[in-house]
Write a new protein. Structure first.
Length: 422
C-alpha cells in the first residue's frame, strides 16, 4: 500500500463556483486545496462572478479562471474541454439550485456545467441555497439523479441563511468539503497491491457444433466490479464467459465460455488471488455428451440428458486456509432470495454473498442497474437501493476492503490495562 493515501499532492482539482451568496466560501476551499498540494483550477458561472471576482481566484491559484464556456486557452484549445480532460476531481461548491437542475438535465450552457458534462473525473457537489429551495421535491429529485450518476453530494448544513431565516441549506464548511475530496483519492488506491480475480458473463454448454444451453447473463455486473477494482489500484484478472459488453482495458482477460473452461481458469488463478469475486452465471447443468456433428431433425422429439456441472465456487471454498482467497459469490434467485443466499454462503464457505432477484418485474440480468442485498456470516449487511452497476461495484468493494483488511490486519500485542482516569 502507498503511504500517502488520501494526499492531494499533485492532484488536479477543478473547483466550480456558481451564483450563491456562499461563493465567498469557495475562496477558503480553493486555499485549503492548494495548501494540501492540489493543482487547483477555478471555473465560474456568469452569476458566480457577480459574487466573487475571477481575479480573487486567479490571484490565489496563479492560474487563469475559466468563466466563459466559449473561451480558448493560451494554446487556442477550448478551455473548458482542457480542464475537463485534465481533472482528477471536480468540486462544485457552492452549487446553486439552478446548477443542480442543469447538471441533472445534462446541460452545458456555462463553463461549470460544460466541464462537469465533458469530464469523466469523479464529481463532488456541495449545494447551498435557501431552505425552501433545498427541500423542494424538484431539487431533491435532482440530487437523487446526481447520486445516480455516481456524483457525491456534501449535504448542506442547518444554520442562518442569506434570507435571514434559519434552516437547512447552508454550504458545508470548506474543511468538510476538502475531507470528501481527500476520501475520493484515498478510495482510489485502496486495492493497491492486491491480486483480484473476477468472473463475469454466462457460459454456453454445447449440444452440438452450433447449439448450446446458455443463459442471458451480459457480464455487465462482473465487468463493473473488475473496472472498479482496476481503478482502485488492484491487479485484475477477468475470467470472461460469454458477455455482451467488451472487457475493460487494463485488466488481464482469460476467455472461458463453458463451465469446464471457467472451472479450469478459476482454479488456476484462485491460489494466487487475494480476492475472488464470482459474478459469472455458470451453467449448473451441461449436456451429457456434445454431438460432434450437427444433430439433424428426425421424425420425432429429441431428448438431451443433462448432467450436473462441478460446483466451482464450493471447490474454491474448500481450499486450505492461507491459500484460499477472500471469496465473494453471487446468488441470482427468483424465489426466497434471502434464505437461498444465506444457505449458499454457509454451504460453500463464502465470505460474502451478493443476492439479486431475477425473473420478476425488475430483472438484473442484462440491465445497467441492479438492486442487491449483501450477506455476511453474521447476516444481512446491506440492502442498497436500485443503483447503476458501477455504483453497486464501488459499494461492494468498500465492504470487501473493510472486511479483507480486518481479516489480514497484523495482530497487535495486547496492551497492559491502563488505570482508569478519575
Ligand atoms: C444575493 C443573492 C444570493 C443568492 N444565493 C443563492 C444561493 O445561495 N443558492 C441558490 O441556489 N441561488 C442563489 N441565488 C440565485 C442564483 O444566483 C440564481 O438562481 C442564478 O441564476 C444561479 O446561476 P448559476 O447556477 O448559473 O450560478 C442568489 C441570488 C442572489 C441575488
Amino acid at each position: 500500500m502507498t503511504e500517502d493515501r488520501g494526499s492531494l499532492a499533485g492532484r488536479r482539482v477543478v473547483v466550480g463556483v456558481s451564483g450563491s451568496i456562499a461563493a465567498y466560501k469557495a475562496v477558503s476551499l480553493v486555499r485549503l486545496l492548494a495548501e494540501r498540494g492540489a493543482i487547483v483550477d477555478v471555473a465560474m458561472t456568469p452569476a458566480a462572478t457577480e459574487f466573487v471576482t475571477p481575479l480573487t481566484f486567479a490571484s490565489l491559484t496563479h492560474r487563469r479562471v475559466v468563466d466563459d464556456v466559449m473561451a480558448l486557452d493560451a494554446d487556442s484549445q477550448i478551455a473548458h474541454v482542457e480542464l475537463a480532460e485534465g481533472a482528477d476531481a471536480i468540486v462544485i461548491a457552492p452549487a446553486t439550485a439552478n446548477l443542480l437542475a442543469e447538471l441533472a438535465a445534462g446541460n452545458a450552457g456555462n463553463a461549470v456545467t460544460a466541464i462537469a458534462l465533458a469530464s469523466r473525473a469523479p464529481l463532488v457537489v456541495a449545494p447551498a441555497m435557501d431552505a425552501g429551495m433545498w427541500t423542494h421535491p424538484a431539487t431533491q429529485r435532482n440530487i437523487e439523479t446526481l447520486r445516480g450518476f455516481g456524483h457525491r453530494v456534501v449535504e448542506p448544513e442547518v444554520g442562518a441563511l442569506a434570507s435571514g431565516l434559519t434552516g437547512v441549506g447552508r454550504l458545508a464548511e470548506p474543511d468538510s468539503i476538502v475531507e470528501v475530496v481527500e476520501r475520493l483519492f484515498a478510495r482510489a488506491g485502496d486495492l493497491e497491491g492486491l491480486q483480484v480475480v473476477v468472473s463475469a458473463g454466462g457460459t454456453r454448454e454445447p449440444i452440438d457444433p452450433v447449439r448450446f444451453i446458455g443463459n442471458r447473463s451480459s457480464g455487465k455486473m462482473g465487468v463493473a466490479i473488475a473496472e472498479a477494482a482496476r481503478d482502485r489500484g488492484a491487479s485484475v484478472t477477468l475470467i470472461a464467459g460469454v458477455m455482451s459488453v467488451p472487457p475493460p482495458r487494463g485488466v488481464s482477460v482469460v476467455d472461458a465460455s463453458t463451465a469446464a473452461a471457467m472451472r479450469q481458469a478459476v482454479l488456476r488463478s484462485a491460489s494466487g488471488a487475494d480476492v475472488l469475486v464470482m459474478a459469472a452465471a455458470v451453467a449448473d447443468f451441461a449436456p451429457k455428451r456434445a454431438s460432434s456433428s450437427k444433430i439433424k431433425r428426425g421424425g420425432g422429439d429429441l431428448q438431451i440428458d443433462l448432467v450436473a456441472n462441478p460446483d466451482i465456487i464450493a471447490e474454491v471454498g474448500e481450499m486450505a486456509d492461507g491459500t484460499r482467497p477472500f471469496l465473494v459469490g453471487f446468488a441470482a434467485e427468483s424465489d426466497e432470495l434471502e434464505a437461498n443466499a444465506r444457505s449458499k454462503l454457509r454451504d460453500k464457505g463464502l465470505d460474502l454473498i451478493v443476492g439479486n432477484k431475477v425473473g420478476g418485474p425488475f430483472d438484473a440480468i442484462g440491465s445497467d442497474e441492479n438492486k442487491v442485498i449483501v450477506f455476511g456470516a453474521e447476516g444481512e449487511l446491506s440492502d442498497w437501493p436500485m443503483l447503476p452497476k458501477r455504483q453497486v461495484a464501488e459499494r461492494l468493494w468498500d465492504l470487501i476492503v473493510d472486511r479483507y483488511r480486518k481479516a489480514h490486519a497484523p495482530e497487535r500485542p495486547e496492551r497492559p490495562a491502563r488505570s482508569r482516569r478519575r
